[in-house]
Write a protein that binds this ligand. Structure first.
Ligand code: HEC
Length: 118
């Protein structure tokens, strides 16, 4: 009987710990919503953006985008969520939407904070 309890307990722990990997997206487990995104995660997220916007955020992508460095955090959140919702952007907004579509609100917040300080 003791052994059975152990097996049930172990299965419960596995069930409750959940799965944080979701089709390649980095997502925050429901039970850990208050946990802040680490600097390492922000850097990993920004590495994707840097391919186009530059490590310093000063590149004008294809000569078309604005420079993202130096914009305020709230402005960046407004634009990134605008791309996610399809309510903001120029002729290349479809391309940007694909970049930010998988980001959670916590990730957008952390990225905007990081970019505003570049
Ligand atoms: C494949 C290249 C590419 C990647 C990768 C990319 N962007 Fe962009 N970004 C663009 C282009 C092109 C535009 C201009 C789109 C338009 O027409 O609105 C843009 C525009 C933006 C703007 C609006 C700038 C402004 O003030 O007009 C923000 C903010 C932004 N990107 C943030 C990000 C973030 C954050 C990431 C990473 C998660 C990212 N981008 C990844 C190409 C890229």
């Amino acid at each position: 009987m003791k052994k059975l309890n152990y097996v049930i307990g172990a299965s419960l722990v596995l069930l409750l710990s959940g799965c944080t990997e979701n089709r390649g997206k980095i997502s925050i487990n429901d039970t850990t919503k208050s946990i802040k995104i680490s600097q390492a995660e922000v850097l990993a997220l920004y590495a994707r953006c840097a391919g186009c916007h530059g490590l310093d955020g000063k590149k004008r992508v294809f000569g078309k985008s604005g420079r993202i460095a130096g914009q305020s955090k709230s402005e960046l959140i407004r634009k990134i969520t605008g791309y996610q919702k399809g309510t903001f952007g120029g002729s290349l907004k479809g391309l940007m939407a694909r970049q930010v579509e998988p980001l959670t609100p916590e990730q957008v917040n952390a990225l905007a904070e990081y970019i505003s300080k570049l």
